[in-house]
Design a protein around this ligand. Structure first.
Ligand SMILES: Cc1ncc(COP(=O)(O)O)c(C=O)c1O
Length: 432
């Protein structure tokens, strides 16, 4: 490991040229990562169950990914799309097509989740010839203008940015715990009723190009949509010729114990948007759909200078091969079961925890002031997260007022590490 030039104190003191607009969970300085540990600049190791928000899903400095990156850097960094074909790009597209359900077989590579969401909105409008976009309250789809227009997980992501993209309509997400006393049927019925009401009173369904949904809301608070809701949404889109766009940026790539979160509902969306874990840390995203849709989108209708960079795609190939060869989707399901059981045991002893939810390794722990009123306990969640970090465990908050502590362990996490994380979190709860 090369020694760092700046000490942790120097780093923090010299960060004054960095924009204050970026939110940070911690005021810590990081040196390097190895496996499932992130090291601060004082050499202290932290069990990393945050993974840069679901990005380094195979852990840090993964040998196979690192070797693939090194090899590709030595061979060819650019050119990208506009010049023709490069092997890692073609191979990643093949592997992704194999990892997606039929008839999804075509991918367009971009650089970030937001950019891919914007691309999916453009695809939907161009292909259907319709203007309307429907999305769900509390969702997070990114920071570019299109993505911001359909995001409402926090007012801070919208305030002062109007006017947004026109013809966007937000309807309630079926957030059972928060809005319906935990009743998933009521949550499903209410969201579908709002959707039907929208298309009966505000915009005809024949003018809606796409419904964009996170099968599990991420930034919004780790809230899984009830599976019947996703099936009904699929049917609604089928009936009205609307494209169903699944935002799998946070929930995809094996995280939930299935390769894609929509698979839990047994549905196939028209468009799948992915990013984050796709290249274990290098910038890369993709819009996937059946070929016919991207053919109708039209040559040159969208593009990107850097999208599908060969180095990022080489990392992406190594990520998908590792997930496949090491059975990591099954590992996420198994370790996720242990995690949820352990968190529920902690919940039984601590009434600040109102809910533990989410499949696989995408688990949210919601803090409440009172289990009956479900009023968010923002300070308790923040205190638990910061105390956990002091003790050597990295977990992050999410939710409209950051009342949920989310667990995003790497897909190759071990049972011993899950036990260690639970032990540290239990200690954090006992001491805050
Ligand atoms: C579900 C979802 N969609 C889109 C995005 C935006 O991705 P990016 O930050 O790569 O632009 C995020 C980022 O957190 C996300 O969680």
């Amino acid at each position: 490991m090369n020694p760092l030039t700046l000490s942790s104190t120097d780093l923090a003191a010299r960060a004054g040229n960095l924009s204050p607009v970026l939110g940070r969970y911690f005021e810590r300085s990081w040196s390097h990562g190895e496996g499932h540990r992130l090291y601060d600049t004082d050499g202290r190791a932290y069990l990393d169950f945050a993974n840069g928000i679901a990005v380094t899903a195979l852990g840090h400095h993964h040998p196979r990914v690192t070797a693939a990156i090194h090899a590709q850097v030595d061979r060819l960094i650019g050119p990208t799309n506009a010049m023709g074909f490069a092997e890692p790009v073609v191979r990643l597209a093949e592997l992704l097509a194999a990892a997606l359900p039929d008839p999804i077989d075509t991918v367009m590579f971009l650089n970030s989740g937001s950019e891919a969401i914007d691309g999916a909105l453009k695809l939907a409008r161009r292909v259907t010839g319709r203007p309307g976009i429907v999305a769900f309250r509390g969702s997070f789809h990114g920071r570019t203008y299109g993505a911001t227009s359909i995001t409402s997980s926090s007012l801070n992501y919208r305030a002062g940015y109007e006017p947004f993209l026109p013809s966007v309509h937000l309807v309630p997400y079926p957030a059972a715990y928060r809005l319906h006393g935990g009743d998933e049927e009521a949550a499903t019925a209410a969201s579908l009723a709002a959707l039907r009401d929208l298309t009966a009173t505000t915009i005809p369904a024949t003018s809606v190009a796409a419904v964009v949904v996170e099968p599990i809301q991420g930034e919004g608070g780790y809230i899984p949509a009830p599976l019947p809701f996703l099936r009904d949404l699929r049917e609604f889109c089928d009936v009205h010729g609307i494209l169903l766009v699944a935002d799998e940026v946070q929930s995809g790539y094996g995280r939930t114990g299935r390769m894609w979160a929509f698979e839990h509902a047994g549905i196939v969306p028209d468009v799948v948007v992915m990013a984050k874990a796709i290249a274990n840390g290098l910038p890369l995203s993709a819009i996937a759909s059946r070929r016919e849709l991207q053919e109708r989108w039209g040559k040159g209708a969208h593009g990107s200078t850097y999208g599908g960079n060969p180095v990022a795609c080489a990392a992406g190939v190594a990520v998908l091969e590792t997930i496949r060869d090491e059975g990591l989707v099954a590992n996420a399901a198994e370790r996720g079961g242990e995690l949820t059981t352990g968190l529920r045991a902690l919940m039984a002893e601590d009434d600040r925890i109102g809910d533990v939810r989410g499949p696989g390794l995408m688990v949210g722990v919601e803090f409440v002031r009172d289990r009956a009123t479900r009023e968010p306990a923002v300070e308790a969640a923040e205190a638990a997260m910061q105390r956990a970090a002091d003790l050597g465990l990295l977990v992050l908050s999410c939710g409209p007022s950051h009342e949920v502590v989310r667990w995003i362990p790497p897909l190759n996490v071990t049972a011993a590490e899950i036990a260690e994380g639970l032990e540290l979190f239990g200690e954090a709860l006992r001491t805050t």
